[in-house]
Design a protein around this ligand. Structure first.
Ligand SMILES: NC(=O)c1ccc[n+]([C@@H]2O[C@H](COP(=O)([O-])OP(=O)(O)OC[C@H]3O[C@@H](n4cnc5c(N)ncnc54)[C@H](O)[C@@H]3O)[C@@H](O)[C@H]2O)c1
Length: 255
């Protein structure tokens, strides 16, 4: 029998949502590389490709995918299969809402802004799973990223909190329905970290400070720590974890 000496040796993982070195997706990528995985990355558009290119130079491993379009997802996953064959996992670290929707009272959210947040931040997981069936091995694992604003009314988080609640429900329904393909689906509820996405939330400085103060040791969770849990969830150590939301927030949700 071939001896595999690292947790993720022999596993090919698709990382969706690495915009720069602060991205949670990049923390996941670092941990997975350390654990022996082979990685492929998707980027949203040419602008984000330039940014990702500073971190990943191998052009073959960079594939465009805008999750607002089924055609884009199908094409991207076709390219993944052509270049790398079947894969063993997908990290979905993607969310979006317009800045004006991430401020003030939720009564002022627009129909369009609400729908857009749902489309990019929650529905996209279903679309990724749907096209993912064709390129995922049996067994395989999908991991998405959520936030505590799905359960509590966090100031200004508004439509994104509602989208995260939908995302977590999607995880449960997908976990049920993807099981017949040997695919597990789980979410990590990450503590607040300063990324590009967070800066869209009004008064995000307060959100980050409050979140840091509520961790058990007064230090914010790091993207590396979130990545560690993501590595566990795509690994064979977590085959019993199905349709779950795992907190990686250093205890913020406890208080
Ligand atoms: N930063 C936090 O405090 C925090 C906490 C918990 C959960 N999360 C979640 O983690 C995930 C990653 O966000 P992040 O904080 O690392 O920020 P980030 O800005 O680094 O990453 C967000 C990514 O989403 C991508 N994206 C947006 N719209 C897209 C589209 N239409 N098609 C394809 N990609 C698209 C962006 O290109 C970017 O790469 C998000 O789901 C976010 O809600 C973040």
């Amino acid at each position: 029998m071939k001896r595999l000496d690292k947790l993720l040796s022999g596993k090919k993982i698709l990382i969706m949502g690495a915009a720069n070195k602060r991205s949670i997706a990049w923390g996941c990528a670092q941990s997975m590389l350390d654990n022996g995985a082979e990685l492929i990355f998707t980027y949203q558009n040419e602008r984000l490709k330039k940014s990702l290119n500073r971190l990943v130079q191998d052009e073959d491993r960079l594939i465009e995918c805008d999750v607002s379009s089924d055609e884009s997802i199908e094409k991207a996953f076709g390219q993944v299969a052509d270049r790398f064959g079947k894969i063993d996992g997908i990290v979905h670290a993607i969310a979006f809402a317009k800045k004006e929707e991430l401020a003030g009272d939720i009564m002022n959210s627009s129909r369009e802004g609400y729908a857009l947040a749902q489309n990019i931040s929650a529905y996209s997981l279903i679309a990724v799973a749907k096209y993912g069936i064709k390129i995922l091995n049996d067994p395989a694992s999908i991991v998405t990223l959520t936030y505590f604003g799905s359960e509590r009314a966090i100031p200004n988080y508004n439509v994104m909190g509602v989208a995260k609640a939908a995302l977590e429900a999607n995880v449960r329904y997908l976990a049920r329905d993807m099981a017949k393909y040997g695919v597990r689906v789980n979410a990590i509820s990450a503590g607040a970290v300063k990324t590009l996405a967070v800066t869209g939330v009004k008064d995000h400085g307060d959100l980050l400070r409050l979140s840091r103060e509520r961790t058990v040791d007064g230090e914010s969770v790091t993207t590396e720590q979130i990545g560690g849990a993501a590595s566990f969830l795509v690994s064979d150590l977590s085959t019993g974890v199905v349709g779950d939301v795992i907190y990686v927030d250093k205890g913020v949700h406890l208080i």
